[in-house]
Design a binder for this molecule. Structure first.
Ligand SMILES: [Zn+2]
Length: 111
């Protein structure tokens, strides 16, 4: 004999609405769509041009080969921009500084 008490579900009564407190939502995780791989812009493959030339030294007297590695103001470009390898970048800085000393290249502008 099935009793009919299943119908008597407590409805919670007529409780008042909760006053919405200033509860900020729980900080959502930064679960954005992770773009991985697939870089759209094609990066030019940088290669150390001194390595390409198999340069064992960098001639500081040739300003024309040093010029692409400095900005107009005379600052030396970081090697992530030029692609020069670490070894040659060191040589390059030395060469550039020498070239600056003999006034082949401008010094970095001081602001
Ligand atoms: Zn190199």
């Amino acid at each position: 004999m099935a009793e009919e008490n299943a119908q008597q579900q407590s409805y919670g009564g007529g409780g008042g609405q909760r006053s919405s407190g200033p509860g900020g939502g729980p900080g959502g995780r930064p679960g954005g769509p992770a773009k991985r791989g697939k870089r759209n812009f094609v990066r030019k493959k940088k290669v150390c041009r001194f390595c390409v030339d198999k340069a064992d030294f960098i001639d500081y007297k040739k300003a024309e080969i040093l010029a692409p590695f400095i900005q107009e103001r005379g600052k030396i470009l970081p090697r992530r921009m030029t692609g020069t390898c670490a070894r040659h970048q060191r040589w390059l800085t030395v060469a550039i500084k020498r070239a600056q000393n003999i006034a082949l290249l401008p010094f970095a502008a001081e602001l």
